[in-house]
Design a protein around this ligand. Structure first.
Ligand SMILES: NC(=O)C1=CN([C@@H]2O[C@H](COP(=O)(O)OP(=O)(O)OC[C@H]3O[C@@H](n4cnc5c(N)ncnc54)[C@H](O)[C@@H]3O)[C@@H](O)[C@H]2O)C=CC1
Ligand SMILES: O=C(O)[C@@H]1CCC=N1
Length: 279
């Protein structure tokens, strides 16, 4: 269990996924969740999904929270940091940014200096406890003491409640964004396309989508629960002169693997761009 309160500045898709995932996992109760958003509609959606409380201002949210997620778009971050820097108690709180591209240096500069600041890249399957996150700590995070865990332990606990979490050097955070942050969208396209293929060869849509999604889930579980290389697992499906090699040949002709690699590179590059100061 987590005993403190968690506030989300920006209560959109990712904030709702994290908060809902934490609630479903039993890490906390709804009265431990707070949100502040410039859009009332967005805040109300968050409350409908989680039962958390809306705060009328960032200052009030900071006052009431122990951990604060900065879950606005990168383009909105400068304004949020400016407001936070004027709330003196924000220096005592653990501040976790999930914004693509925004560096620890930018966060520290915007908040007025080093502090308990962590950069996290989660993904939306946190909603169902199957998230993949990475985090990078700033120099100002606290070590464990007799009466409290370290900031790293708190962040790991929050993220592992909703999936897996890896600590990485900050220099890898844009790459994480390009792979697992954006990755669910790539996989949804793959599932949709597999389902379309199924429909093309005569399967009803609902059955095709369920089979496609379960196939992706099962294959992912095979990679995670065996020590086998994905290539070896692929070989185990592929009979000489059989059906699978015919399908794999078509995928190679279509450039699937190059397309996926290029997607990760493009999204990583875009994360870097989003982290550049606006000109
Ligand atoms: N959606 C995703 O799959 C992921 C998103 N992220 C990151 O999470 C952050 C949020 O993304 P989403 O949830 O997708 O966006 P979103 O648009 O759903 O939510 C952002 C929310 O911030 C609010 N907002 C804007 N300015 C604000 C301000 N000054 N004060 C308070 N609230 C404000 C907006 O009204 C909106 O409700 C982004 O920085 C994104 O890079 C990270 C990982 C995955
Ligand atoms: O598309 C985006 O910019 C965000 C960051 C990672 C996933 N969604």
């Amino acid at each position: 269990m987590f005993s403190g309160k968690i506030g989300f500045i920006g209560s959109g898709q990712m904030a709702t996924a994290l908060a809902s995932g934490m609630l479903s996992a039993g890490l906390l109760q709804k009265d431990q969740l707070l949100a502040c958003d410039v859009s009332l509609a967005s805040a109300e959606k968050f409350v409908a999904a989680t039962g958390g409380e809306i705060c009328p201002s960032i200052a009030i949210l900071v006052e009431k929270s122990d951990v604060i997620f900065l879950s606005v778009k990168p383009q909105s971050m400068a304004g949020v940091l400016q407001t936070l820097s004027q709330v003196s108690t924000s220096r005592e709180k653990l501040i976790i940014s999930i914004a693509a591209g925004i560096t620890l240096a930018t966060l520290e500069a915007g908040l007025g200096g080093p502090g308990r600041i962590v950069r996290v890249m989660p993904n939306t399957p946190a909603l169902v406890g199957a998230g993949a996150s990475a985090f990078a700590l700033s120099q100002g995070t606290l070590a464990a003491s007799a009466d409290r865990p370290s900031d790293a332990q708190i962040v790991r606990q929050l993220l592992e409640t909703v999936g897996v979490a890896e600590e990485v050097p900050e220099s890898l955070m844009d790459a994480v964004t390009g792979l697992s942050g954006s990755g669910p969208a790539y996989v949804y396209q793959i599932i949709e396309a597999l389902s379309d293929g199924g429909v093309r060869v005569g399967l009803p849509r609902a059955i095709a989508t369920r089979l496609a999604a379960q196939t992706v889930l099962g294959a992912a579980q095979m990679v995670l629960s065996t020590d086998e290389h994905p290539g070896a697992l692929k070989d185990a499906v592929t009979s000489p002169g059989g059906t699978t090699i015919a399908g794999l040949h078509a995928l190679e002709s279509g450039g699937l693997r190059a397309a996926l690699m290029t997607a990760v590179v493009a999204a990583t590059q875009r994360a870097k761009e989003l982290g550049q100061p606006a000109r």
